[in-house]
Design a protein around this ligand. Structure first.
Ligand SMILES: [Zn+2]
Ligand SMILES: [Zn+2]
Length: 195
């Protein structure tokens, strides 16, 4: 058994955390956890306000901190960048920070343990559809390890990636430019390379 295979079989607890993961650990989101907390809020108005706010702050993190600032996978005008990053900043305030760290730990563990590995990345990353649903697309983690600078994480048409939907919208209205996607050649390399 190769070292890599052992690492994969070892699952989450015995694997080594690479730099990409540590970056993600400090970046990712508590959006759905906030939404769960909102369930304990006694009225529907407050519930929907909480959902909307957590969606906004979640987008601030996935679209702003992660895909825009960390990987520079697309460009937006400075004024819009400030607004997006401001939204993300709200995720690191007070209770949000605790939840978001907790959730990141969860995403990083699940997406290195359970799921599909369509690309031959030299690590343990996986695609996990239900994490992707809860995390605005960040759960297509094997795709992301394969193509870190791609603005789109849900590469296949059936892989729902809400952050990517918003980037596509921004591009359509002319606000997002130089949107990075994996080329066919890059896809071929990642699909063909063997361990
Ligand atoms: Zn990872
Ligand atoms: Zn990343």
């Amino acid at each position: 058994m190769s070292e890599l295979q052992k690492k994969r079989n070892g699952g989450f607890w015995f694997r080594e955390w690479d730099r990409v993961d540590v970056t993600h650990l400090s970046l990712s989101i508590g959006k759905h956890v906030l939404a769960v907390c909102a369930l304990f809020v006694p009225n529907w108005r407050a519930f929907w306000v909480a959902v909307a706010l957590s969606y906004l702050t979640g987008m601030g993190v996935t679209l702003g901190y992660h895909r825009l600032l960390t990987h520079r996978s697309f460009k937006v005008p400075k004024w819009l960048e400030y607004i997006i990053v401001y939204c993300g900043l709200q995720a690191s305030q007070g209770m949000g920070e605790m939840l978001s760290n907790h959730f990141t730990f969860f995403v990083n563990s699940v997406c290195h343990t359970w799921g599909e590995r369509p690309w031959n990345t030299r690590d343990t990353s996986t695609n996990n559809w239900w994490v992707a649903l809860l995390s605005l697309g960040e759960g297509w983690h094997n795709n992301h390890h394969a193509f870190p600078s791609s603005a789109c994480h849900g590469i296949e048409w059936w892989q729902l990636d809400l952050t990517w939907e918003l980037i596509k919208f921004l591009e359509m209205v002319g606000l997002a430019k130089d949107v990075n996607l994996p080329t066919e050649a890059e896809k071929e390399t990642m699909a063909l390379c063997t361990n």
